[in-house]
Design a protein around this ligand. Structure first.
Ligand SMILES: [Zn+2]
Length: 448
């Protein structure tokens, strides 16, 4: 059995040949923890979770590293805006992230390094890059000098002009070349900072991943993954830093990227109302329905994520649970066609089609194979009983006595022709997912 994966570096589907078949290493860029993950952030988590499950089937040991970026100017800005302590923001957000990704059936990574715990390694790597002549200090900053690396741009395929245009040039006067990027920058008294040979400051984002991947996977490792939006500049810069600091021909042997995600046919935006956080979606839908909706599009394709799509995925899981009932699956029940589909560059749509085919067969063997295959993909993890008991998270939190009290208050308000108050109460309950039904016999409520 050969696993094929698309390598962004070669722009081809390649047979996966690990550097060391006894121990496969994979690094995926993790969240910057200042606000809740949106559904676009969840796509790589679910995709690389499936890949890791597959790698574990083929290789005796897999180390999956996914970092937490807890040093970032967006975090500093959030703290300034709200007055909340930085550590409190990052701890709180990381906790929600863990809960949300677990609800999507994503297994935790083996190592989850935090940037704040690896600043010493970032400083060391920055020093190495100065020594190799790939970086220079200027006005308290340390910059990577892009022209010092002839192969810079190979991963993204960007031309020199695109590199400069893409560098989001603030035309800092201390840059030798407009494409040069920051490895280290100075911190003022109100900004988190660490002592360094260049004064008190903080690392740039790109060097964080170079230092953390090397710490846990070594200077060269098998797979580096992330969303397509990270290819440039983030991954291009990680690659340049790691290769130059280590005098190495490569960082990761394979680079894998998932496609863009839109929601309801448009780029997600808070003003369009299609900015879906995983946290909010989990109030409306079971996590596995969201997971199945994400896996229905091949990871390299752009995806249009819709609430109708989640509802469809939920109905599919309802159906599979009704068919599989309480069968238990063993190792030998695993459908080989599903493994073959996933081994072909993670062809999840084909794997899901195989589950549909098994669901339609109606034999005991097929029911067990359905369950085994679904479980392998992180689906049907609960008993059918528990699956059908799911209710929206907001509904399970509601206090029934409080609802009854509000309904009584609303009836009184209506009797007194205080319709403003009556409407307020209805809106308040609607916001909690409670739908009121007024009938001749009185008002009843149900979970919306
Ligand atoms: Zn990264």
């Amino acid at each position: 059995m050969t696993l094929f994966i698309h390598n962004t570096l070669s722009r081809k589907k390649e047979a996966f040949e690990p550097l060391n078949p006894d121990h496969v290493g994979i690094y995926v860029c993790g969240p910057t923890v200042y606000d809740y993950a949106h559904i676009g952030n969840a796509r790589p988590v679910v995709v690389f979770d499936v890949l890791t499950r597959l790698l574990r089937r083929f290789y005796p040991k897999v180390t999956y590293v996914r970092n937490i970026t807890d040093i970032d100017d967006k975090i500093n800005a959030a703290s300034r805006e709200t007055g909340e302590d930085i550590r409190s923001i990052t701890d709180r957000t990381a906790k929600v992230y863990h809960d949300d990704m677990a609800a999507l059936g994503a297994l935790p990574p083996d190592v989850e390094p935090r940037a704040t715990d690896h600043v010493a390694q970032m400083i060391t790597m920055t020093e190495q890059l100065i020594e190799t002549g790939n970086a220079y200090e200027a006005e308290g900053h340390v910059l990577f000098n892009v022209p010092s690396m002839p192969e810079y741009g190979r991963l993204s395929g960007h031309s020199r002009d695109e590199l400069i245009a893409g560098a989001r040039i603030d035309v800092a006067p201390y840059k030798k070349d407009p494409a040069d990027f920051v490895l280290w920058k100075p911190s003022d008294a109100d900004t988190p900072g660490w002592d360094s040979p260049w004064g008190r400051g903080r690392p740039g984002w790109h060097i964080e991943c170079s230092a953390m991947s090397q710490e846990y996977l070594g200077t060269e490792f098998d797979i580096h993954g992330g969303g397509q939006d990270l290819i440039f500049p983030h991954h291009e810069n990680e690659l340049a830093q790691s290769r130059c600091a280590n005098h190495s021909d490569r960082m990761a042997k394979y680079w894998m990227h998932n496609g863009y995600l839109m929601a309801e046919g448009e780029k997600m935006s808070k003003s369009l109302g299609n900015f879906y956080t995983v946290h909010d979606l989990l109030d409306e839908f079971p996590g596995e329905a969201i997971r199945l909706a994400l896996l229905q599009t091949h990871y390299r394709q752009p995806m249009d994520f819709t609430k109708d799509g989640i509802a469809d995925a939920r109905r599919t899981l309802d159906k599979w649970h009704r068919i599989a009932g309480d069968v238990t699956a063993a190792g030998e029940d695993m459908p080989q066609d599903l493994i073959d589909a996933l081994s072909d560059d993670l062809n999840t749509p084909k794997a899901i089609a195989e589950l549909h085919r098994l669901a339609g067969k109606g034999t005991d063997n097929a029911r067990r194979a359905l369950k085994a295959g679904a479980n392998f993909m992180g689906l049907m993890g609960e008993t059918a009983d528990d699956w059908f008991k799911w209710s929206p998270a907001t509904a399970s939190d509601v206090d029934e006595a409080a609802i009854d009290a509000l309904i009584t208050e609303r009836n009184d308000a209506r009797a007194n022709k205080d319709f403003t108050r009556a409407d307020e109460i209805r809106d308040q309950l609607t916001a909690q997912g409670i739908v009121l039904e007024d009938a001749a016999g009185g008002t009843t409520w149900k979970r919306g």
